[in-house]
Design a protein around this ligand. Structure first.
Ligand code: NAD
Ligand code: 572
Ligand code: ZN
Length: 352
């Protein structure tokens, strides 16, 4: 019997399951018995590379930030939740005092504490404490795995808000990984009527089609960019109003800019090389707005509504399931992508 089995990344390729003490919630926090935790590409990146940009794993770090759980204890100032409530956990808790927080753009807060971004711990464990106001109660018919998927779905919601996707929009999504797929789902739910998505993997495009993509394009790494832009226009019958770049590939960013209609918007979600060559003059003379996307702010409520109302089915993203005890195997699967892995879900609670 363990007290609080916890997945701790010590250094590159050194992920361990350890038993830790159960933490005590502070006055504004809840103690959660963890339900489901999805593996994100960033978790895999820390495992394989030990860093993303300036964020370096210098001390052992608990993995996981796509998570849900059940309230086991409440701090004395908590009013919004009670023991037994099932919640989705928004993993970034900002300072609430800086200019960005006060204006609602708390994803830009320099002091945000974000799960499993070093030096902050994540929540891939049995018991974990979190700020109660960053926990969202799930209705009975929304499952704990769906609660965990609110996290990537919120990235899709934020990307579509930044792109100003609306009823009747024609949208290009580049990259059909988990983030491209939640962007597709969000765009459709927000009223986009014509969505085309690209990838270099056919199985991901097949899933995109199942999730509602109107058109898919299989690319290979050496595809001619001008020819791809023409194909996008031909399949859509017009130029996309908005493009959501979710691959991180330099050529995709160039295609995104060239394909988007004059006066349209390109949002960049994918993180690839820090410096890329893009057709900037093409963008400026056609007033194509290029906008960044950094995580999300104020997106959990809408993401939850999209799932609870049945407008989007995120469960189809889950290709593999593991128990907390099988965490090392789960990460091995995520590293290799074996079995056409898209979203791998770890279930911390036995009856999930
Ligand atoms: P992923 O690696 O699973 O997905 C990327 C997809 O792009 C893959 O399916 C891959 O086959 C495809 N791809 C590669 N080259 C391509 C090309 N030339 N054209 C079209 N598709 C191509 O990763 P993910 O989890 O879906 O995340 C996508 C990206 O978004 C990553 O770069 C990730 O770091 C980034 N991300 C950014 C934020 C943010 O806040 N900006 C948040 C989450 C993820
Ligand atoms: O779910 C949030 C998330 N954010 C990602 C990647 C995966 N999942 N981002 C890409 C990496 N950045 S970062 O700024 N960083 C490590 C803090 O390079 C954050 C957003
Ligand atoms: Zn993530």
């Amino acid at each position: 019997m363990t007290t609080n089995l916890t997945a701790v990344l010590h250094k590159i390729d050194d992920l361990r399951l350890e038993d830790r003490a159960i933490p005590e919630p502070q006055d504004h926090e809840v103690l959660l018995e963890m339900g489901s935790v999805g593996i994100c590409g960033s978790d895999v990146h820390y495992l394989v590379r030990g860093a993303i940009g300036d964020f370096v794993v210098k001390a052992p770090m608990i993995m996981g930030h796509e998570a849900s759980g059940t309230v086991a204890k409440v701090g004395k100032n908590v009013k919004n939740l009670k023991v037994g409530d099932r919640v989705a956990i928004e993993p970034g808790v900002p300072c609430k005092a800086c200019e960005y927080c006060k204006h609602g753009r708390y994803n830009l807060c320099a002091d945000i504490i974000f799960c499993a971004t070093p030096p902050c711990h994540g929540n891939l464990c049995q018991y974990y404490t979190h700020a109660a106001d960053f926990c969202f109660k799930l209705p009975d018919h929304v499952s704990l795995p769906e609660g965990a998927l609110l996290e990537p779905l919120s990235v899709g919601v934020h990307a579509c808000r930044r792109a100003d996707v609306r009823l009747g929009s024609t949208v290009l999504v580049t990259g059909a990984g988990p983030i491209g797929l939640v962007s597709l789902l969000s765009a459709k739910a927000m009223g986009a009527t014509n969505v085309i998505i690209t990838d270099i993997m056919q199985n991901r495009l097949d899933l995109a089609k199942e999730l509602g993509a109107d058109h898919t394009i299989l690319l290979d790494k050496d595809s001619d960019e001008t020819a791809i832009v023409k194909k996008i226009h031909a399949l859509l019958g017009k130029e996309p109003d908005k493009t959501i770049e979710c691959s991180g590939a330099e050529s995709s960013i160039r295609i995104a800019i060239q394909a988007t209609k004059s006066g349209g918007v390109v949002v960049i979600v994918g993180m690839g090389k820090p410096n890329v060559t893009i057709p900037l003059v093409n963008a400026l003379v056609r007033e194509v707005d290029i906008r960044g996307v950094f995580r999300y702010a104020n997106c959990y409520p809408l993401a939850l509504e999209m799932i609870a109302s049945g407008k989007v089915d995120v469960k189809k993203l889950i290709t593999h399931n593991y128990t907390l005890e099988q965490t090392l195997e789960a990460f091995e699967n995520a590293k290799t992508g074996a079995g056409g892995a898209v979203k791998i879900m770890i279930h911390c609670k036995k009856e999930n």
